[in-house]
Design a protein around this ligand. Structure first.
Ligand code: NAG
Ligand code: NAG
Ligand code: NAG
Ligand code: NAG
Length: 378
């Protein structure tokens, strides 16, 4: 099961929702979600509105998720919920060939947090989200039928407090960005900007730019584009490196560190920790050697500075925020870029061209992902 967003995954789209727009006169060009980092689980959590009557539903973001799923075992009440009939177009979209009771197609949802799958079925309900002009939030817009998987409490294990499902942002025809762009007929793109702080919010913007952060910084203007086989995951708090690669990275990093910086005992799950005593601080975080992640050729790389490469594990101890993993236990690509490395970087995923645009650290441009102005204009 793909638990992360693989950029080499190419897929064409089908419209899930074919119903015409009710109010074409003011069709939104972009939609916006506020994202907060949960301090306990390090999950990135957003809130949408769903059902009739509309209620707020908290979901953990999952960049690799193929669809949105919600725990329907805990008091799902809605007068507009419609199960998807076996063999119908939405079921085909999920390759769901098995039939549940009452002629509802079943699909076993997967959680990249609990790393498990349980039984579930496909249905649709009213979904509401704020529109945006890329600079402010605008009015709430409604989709009469957004398809999602009804899952179980078992699947919801490990999710942050108050969260009842996951918002799949992956490269499929059933994911949240796919359904939103298909319904509102905007470009099949979205941008993700995660805040490093648990006290301020980052943002997901569906649709085309501009993406403007306070104080009026257009972050779209300087995106570098790549399409390498990199995997990016919001379900992993730190970047995962396959064992042999991990050893090489640690070795090179330790070697590049100034000699007066003292290495201290490792603190799991990290493999290189340092006393912060002789590490200076800069606008881009702790003054440590930068790490370049080469994405497709030597001229397209993602430069990772201290704010994204180091984590303060305890007072006066900074660890390199990369984690080793065994590919044989959990096969993935050799590098999975995790949440900590994404924070305060703007990433734009373009489904139509299979390209990733990335800004590098916004700290260097005197803004952060917490600087989207969520003040609503209407
Ligand atoms: C459904 O199957 C098609 C063809 O095998 C595949 O391309 C697509 O990714 C599958 N969709 C999902 C959601 O698994
Ligand atoms: C199937 O439909 C019947 C009648 O509408 C309903 O009472 C029952 O709860 C449904 N079963 C499931 C598993 O949804
Ligand atoms: C590297 O990739 C970029 C972006 O696709 C491209 O413009 C450039 O020509 C490539 N450079 C080389 C040396 O292949
Ligand atoms: C956020 O946007 C609102 C509405 O345009 C504006 O009044 C307010 O000054 C903005 N906030 C900041 C900090 O600029």
């Amino acid at each position: 099961m793909a638990s992360s967003f693989s950029l080499i995954f190419l897929c064409c789209f089908l419209c899930i929702v074919s119903s015409s727009l009710a109010k074409t006169s003011s069709r939104p060009k972009a939609l916006v979600l506020q994202v907060t980092k949960d301090a306990k689980t390090l999950q990135y959590v957003t809130q949408v509105s769903q059902r009739t009557p509309l209620i707020p539903v908290k979901l953990t973001l999952d960049l690799g998720g193929e669809y949105m799923w919600v725990n329907c075992e805990r008091g799902y009440k809605s007068s507009t919920y419609r199960p998807a009939r076996c063999g119908s177009a939405p079921c085909q979209l999920l390759n769901s060939t098995t039939c549940f009771t009452n002629n509802t197609c079943s699909h076993n949802p997967y959680s990249s947090i609990s790393k498990g799958a349980t039984s579930g079925h496909l249905g649709a309900d009213v979904f509401a989200i704020r529109s945006s002009n890329g600079k402010n939030a605008l009015r709430v817009v409604t989709i009469p039928r957004l398809y999602f998987i009804c899952g179980t409490s078992l699947l919801a294990e490990g999710l942050a407090s108050g969260v009842t499902g996951m918002a799949g942002l992956g490269w499929t025809r059933a994911s949240l960005p796919a359904q939103l762009s298909s319904y509102f007929k905007f470009d099949r793109k979205f941008a993700l900007c995660l805040s490093s702080s648990t006290k301020s919010s980052g943002v997901v913007l569906f649709g085309n730019g501009p993406y403007t952060l306070l104080p009026n910084v257009d972050v779209l203007s300087s995106l570098t584009e790549g399409n390498g086989g990199t995997t990016i995951s919001t379900a992993d708090p730190y970047t995962l490196l396959e064992s042999s690669l991990y050893k090489d990275v640690i070795q090179a990093f330790v070697k590049a560190m100034p000699k007066n910086v003292k290495r201290v005992s490792n603190i799991a799950p990290f493999g290189a920790c340092f006393s912060s005593k002789n590490i200076g601080s800069t606008r881009l975080g702790p003054a440590v050697p930068s790490i370049d992640l080469v994405l497709q050729n030597k001229s397209v790389y993602w430069r990772i500075f201290g704010a994204n490469s180091m984590v303060e594990v305890k007072k006066n101890v900074l660890c390199l925020a990369f984690v080793e993993y065994q590919t044989q236990l959990e096969p993935k690509s050799s590098i999975v870029i995790g949440g900590h490395q994404l924070e305060d970087n703007l990433l734009q995923f373009d489904f139509s061209t299979s390209r990733l645009g990335f800004s590098s650290s916004l700290l260097g441009r005197s803004t952060t992902c917490a600087n989207f102005n969520f003040t609503s204009l209407s």
